[in-house]
Design a protein around this ligand. Structure first.
Ligand SMILES: *Cc1c(COP(=O)(O)O)cnc(C)c1O
Length: 370
């Protein structure tokens, strides 16, 4: 007989998921109700309002997609890119590469702006790309590149796109709740995030937000969106009109309770206080790591507080250290991806994981293993 699964207790300090507070887990264990139940519809309206706070936007079309961050990414591209549309895609890590793949699969014509892994997107290259391609309709970039720990200058990039008359798609999966985001002030037209990084909910939901300009572009499409599930024209009837909600798909009810609770926690702490806490915990971790002689991958000016990439010291078997951290300390940290596999560690300080006790524990464990 197979018995119930009891997961081990871990401390999650990798690139996501982050530690989920007990309050969020408790919220998810509450009774399941119908997804068109007025009580559920009211709760969804609260989720939308709290997401607007987190994204710093007034966008009416702000809601969680019923699927992980990758689905939020895909929703932005399949709705905003039509066959033949030129899209400037910034690639400085794994997730920029995925944006490029999305553009291709939508039949878009990509113009690639390449930057080295570990560097932020270079705004001058983006300016040059628009000068050479004045017909580009969209700019796509990753705000917080989780594969390297580099943060790009979203305000400047979005301004360049606006001056060129293009829409902007921004990946803020790792930035939402962890480092400042101002969708409206920056003029971002489409943004997607994830529930399991700095919001510290369980994985599987993707908060998204679309500006009026983005909605107009979608309504003016000449071709239907090729994805039925992610077609915003269809999802709109479900998410936008509280009073007249119609069936589109069955929302994941209990995970939505979890997201609601994680946003209540964020509201209680205050968005700016949450940003400041991530910064302070990063400073504490950095002091400890540098004290051990470890070096950061990303230049100080572009470092993400919530994702600390460090070089594995010469002659150290990085996978063996991660295995020891997991087996002896119940501590998860991340490995390098792609070109950086085997060469770096990625230590996450996301959401509920960004606490002094975690920083101290991680430093102690790493010291013991090195
Ligand atoms: C984690 C992540 C994603 C993908 O989110 P999933 O929930 O794993 O699908 C996309 N972009 C960035 C920058 C991420 O860190």
């Amino acid at each position: 007989m197979t018995t119930s699964f009891i997961p081990p207790r871990r401390i999650l300090m990798g690139p996501g998921p982050s530690d989920v507070p007990q309050r969020v887990l408790d919220a998810m264990a509450r009774p399941t109700i119908g997804h068109l139940d007025p009580a559920f519809v009211d709760m969804m309206e609260q989720i939308k309002a709290m997401l607007r706070m987190a994204f710093q936007t007034q966008n009416a079309l702000t809601f969680p997609v019923s699927a992980p961050g990758s689905a939020g990414m895909e929703m932005c591209f399949v709705n905003l890119v039509e066959p033949g549309d030129k899209v400037i895609v910034c690639k400085n890590g794994v997730f920029g590469g995925r944006m490029l793949e999305n553009v291709k699969r939508c039949g878009g014509v990509p113009v690639i702006v390449d930057d080295a892994w570990g560097k932020p997107v270079d705004p001058n290259k983006v300016r040059d790309a628009f000068a050479a391609n004045p017909d580009a309709r969209v700019l796509a970039f990753v705000h917080a590149e989780t594969s390297t720990g580099a943060q790009s200058d979203a305000a400047t990039l979005a301004r360049i796109a606006q001056e060129a008359g293009a829409l902007t798609i921004m990946d803020c999966v790792t930035s939402l709740g962890g480092t400042p985001i101002h969708l409206d002030a920056w003029g971002i037209d489409a943004a997607y995030s994830g529930s399991q990084k700095c919001l510290s909910c369980t994985p599987g939901l993707s908060p998204v937000s679309f500006s009026e300009r983005a909605v107009e572009r979608i309504k003016a499409r000449k071709t239907p969106v090729q994805s039925w599930f992610l077609d915003l024209n269809l999802v709109l009837g479900y998410w936008q009109s509280a009073g007249r909600r119609t069936y589109h798909h069955t929302a994941p009810i209990n995970p939505m309770y979890g997201l609601h609770e994680s946003l209540v926690i964020l509201e209680e702490e205050g968005l700016e206080n949450a940003w400041a806490r991530h910064r302070a915990m990063h400073e504490a971790l950095k002091a400890g790591l540098e004290g051990m002689g470890l070096r950061y991958v990303v230049d100080e000016a572009a470092r993400l507080p919530q994702l600390n990439s460090i070089h594995v010291p010469e002659g150290v078997d990085e996978a063996a250290i991660r295995a020891r951290l997991l087996n002896e300390f119940n501590l998860e940290i991340g490995a390098g991806l792609g070109d950086m596999a085997g060469k770096i560690w990625r230590i996450g300080l996301m959401g509920h994981s960004a606490r002094q006790e975690n920083v101290d524990y991680c430093l102690t464990a790493l010291k013991a293993c090195l």
